[in-house]
Design a protein around this ligand. Structure first.
Ligand code: GLP
Length: 245
């Protein structure tokens, strides 16, 4: 596992965007695994800048998003679908037919989730998976638990996550209680994983992951230590409690 500590949010975002840009230049039909949340916004901004100013070409890139709230329509401004178009897709030349985001309105979720994993496989798997991290160590919406589900699935959100994500809603009651997420196995199948962590509120969970040589399903992100090509990029605040970097 490689760990980079950058001065601040913008340095972290630039570093991440640079890694993506290099991968896209080497493989123009790269299959990207993309994440939402506040953490990747700076990376997306930098990728948009690279597209506009330096001609970074997304015309052959394929993307699969990690997760989506269950029950929200794609055009709901709180949906991850809406987020992705607002913060990235509307500003680059990715083809709409190459964009995949779980649909929060499907009724036969089980079949749908199976098909989502199959679709990823059809493209040869995810080349680079971008991840943020929840304050409780979740990745995607794989919440801390005794057991983690491998494939894409419908999951219940924990109270911690509902509270943390309520900042994007008018009240905690409006936060959906379920989500569709890539499972831990689907994430681990990615060839390369890039986890970003920024800010003081991520320092504790990053220390729990990095300060001890263990993995636990109670901190799903700790399992990334078992992946052969995981890179963590943190800013100094997120790294402030980590000793074993
Ligand atoms: C959500 C998403 C995660 C994301 C996490 C952290 O719960 N499902 O994919 O990593 O939030 O969000 P933020 O980057 O806003 O701290």
């Amino acid at each position: 596992m490689q760990v980079f500590i950058e001065k601040d949010y913008s340095a972290m975002s630039e570093k991440a965007a640079q890694i993506f840009a290099n991968e896209i230049k080497q493989k123009p039909d790269l299959v990207l695994g993309l994440a939402t949340g506040s953490t990747p916004i700076g990376t997306y901004k930098e990728l948009i800048r690279m597209h506009k100013e330096e001609g970074l070409d997304f015309s052959k890139v394929v993307s699969f998003n990690l997760d989506e709230y269950y029950g929200l329509a794609p055009d709901n401004p709180q949906s991850y679908n809406y987020f992705m178009f607002e913060n990235l897709f509307n500003h680059i030349n990715i083809k709409k037919e190459n964009v995949h985001i779980p649909n929060g309105l499907v009724s036969d979720v089980e079949t749908y989730c199976k098909q989502y994993d199959e679709e990823i496989e059809k493209y040869g798997g995810i080349d680079v998976q971008l991840l943020g991290i929840g304050v409780n160590g979740h990745i995607g919406f794989n919440e801390p638990a005794e057991e983690l589900i491998l494939g894409t699935h419908l999951t219940d959100l924990t109270e911690d996550t509902i509270k943390a994500n309520s900042r994007f809603f008018d009240s905690p009651e409006q936060v959906p209680t379920k989500a569709i997420t890539l499972g831990i196995g689907s994430i681990m199948k990615a060839k390369k994983i890039l986890l970003l962590a920024s800010g003081k509120n991520k320092a504790e969970v990053m220390a729990k992951i990095l300060n001890r040589d263990v993995v636990t399903t109670k901190i799903p992100a700790s399992l990334l230590k078992l992946h052969p090509d995981t890179t963590i990029i943190m800013d100094e605040e997120a790294a402030s409690l980590s000793s074993n970097k």
